[in-house]
Design a protein around this ligand. Structure first.
Ligand SMILES: Cc1ncc(COP(=O)(O)O)c(C=O)c1O
Length: 387
């Protein structure tokens, strides 16, 4: 079956109906390549399932159906060779809330929550918002322009103190798109064990590995001894473009850890979003052909972007191995302290500012859009960056 990733879908107007952060945050003439959602319609199988559920017309409190937990078990077994159980799953309305609940469940006020920058901005806010101690290490920068960012295990070790209790880990990584090597994951696992840390493994982007033959290895599956100290976070939201339907899942093999996490969430979360749960099940059950087609489109856009960046003096890109986000080093591009601000004001393209990820001078570009929209944005960027 052919899927349409080329025809632009109107997301700007009418505002009240389609209101989206991506398309309404900036002026109408700005091209938005910032927040991490794609401009593609979700898989037809998801839209069909939602239409059937909407037609039912009754939207009272829902619950997580066994058919959904079963669909995720099957997805995990098929795609990651990890046989998870239905009772390991706690569905909740987002990955970001889960990061915060994990901090509350697993640490005491004043204890350390460690993150590794650059990182998706909410990771950096979890400690402060939950009254914990914010601790931060840095990844190792590319050894040369275009080389990958890497885990700097010495820097991670150096950031750990007796207060450190929890590591928030992103796998694969937003914003660099890194798919960590087995070696990096082994180093990480050894450090987590040695310092007796809890770990939250945010694996939200794990179904968007771009390189041929790449296969996601969930941290808790790769290191069974780590599973008892790990909360794995998955969602269909990035892969199938369902972020507005707010459904995510914490996968927790250890029963005691599961109870602690559930106790921390009790009373703070709404019951399941009936539409989000229906969409999640349809995506995991029937979305695979669409996902395969999407991966081809994203690979092609990655190639276009790489070729373009090569023509921009002072800009470098370590090609993302996953997802639809590109992390660009613009520190030598002569665009001032905030390249994102300059590009917004002078080129009319909205990108995410690296400062929010803990790395000023960088920008994150979302290429999960139509080829024509991507090209239009690149042409605007050319005017400033080729100069
Ligand atoms: C790594 C990562 N975690 C979490 C989120 C947000 O997840 P949610 O919308 O389920 O809170 C994002 C969104 O871009 C993300 O990239």
């Amino acid at each position: 079956m052919a899927f349409d990733f080329a025809t632009p879908v109107e997301r700007r107007a009418p505002e009240g109906h389609y209101a989206s952060q991506k398309w309404h945050r900036y002026a109408a003439d700005v091209l938005p390549l910032w927040v991490a959602d794609m401009d593609f319609q979700s898989p037809p199988a998801v839209i069909d399932a939602l239409q059937r559920r909407v037609a039912h017309g009754v939207y009272g409190y829902g619950e997580v159906p066994a058919s959904l937990t079963d669909a995720l078990c099957q997805w995990s077994a098929r795609h990651y060779a990890w046989p998870i159980e239905p009772e390991w799953q706690q569905w909740l309305p987002g990955v970001v809330p889960a990061l915060h609940f994990a901090a509350m469940a697993l640490t005491q006020p004043g204890e350390g929550v460690l993150t590794i920058a650059p990182i998706y901005p909410p990771f950096l806010a979890v400690a402060e918002r939950t009254g914990r101690l914010a601790q931060q290490a840095m990844l190792a920068e590319p050894a040369a322009p275009g080389e990958p960012w890497q885990l700097d295990i010495a820097a991670l070790e150096a950031a750990i103190t007796p207060q450190t209790r929890l590591l928030l880990w992103c796998h694969p990584h937003n914003p660099t798109g890194r798919v960590w090597t087995s070696r990096e994951l082994e180093q990480l696992a050894a450090t987590v064990e040695r310092h007796d840390l809890w770990v939250v493994s945010d694996e939200l982007h794990c179904d968007l590995l771009l390189d041929e033959g790449a296969r996601h290895q969930p941290l808790a599956a790769m290191f069974p001894e780590l599973a008892k100290r790990t909360i794995t976070l998955w969602a269909p939201s990035k892969t199938f473009n369902l972020a507005g339907l707010t459904s995510a899942c914490a996968v927790i093999p250890d029963a005691t850890l599961r109870q602690r996490f559930a106790a921390a969430t009790k009373g703070f979360l709404p019951d399941g979003n009936v539409l989000g749960l229906v969409a999640a099940e349809a995506a995991y059950r029937d979305g695979e052909p669409w996902r395969q087609a999407l991966l081809e489109v994203l690979c092609s856009h990655r190639r276009v972007l790489e070729e373009r960046v090569a023509t921009w003096p002072g800009v470098s890109l370590s090609a993302p191995e996953s997802t639809y986000l590109a992390w660009l080093d613009m520190r030598e591009a002569g665009l001032g302290e905030s390249p994102a601000k300059t590009l917004l004001e002078q080129a009319g393209v909205a990108l995410s500012d690296g400062a929010a990820f803990g790395c000023p001078g960088f920008v994150r570009l979302n290429f999960g859009t139509t080829a024509s929209q991507l090209e239009a944005a690149l042409e605007r960027l050319d005017t400033l960056l080729k100069a």
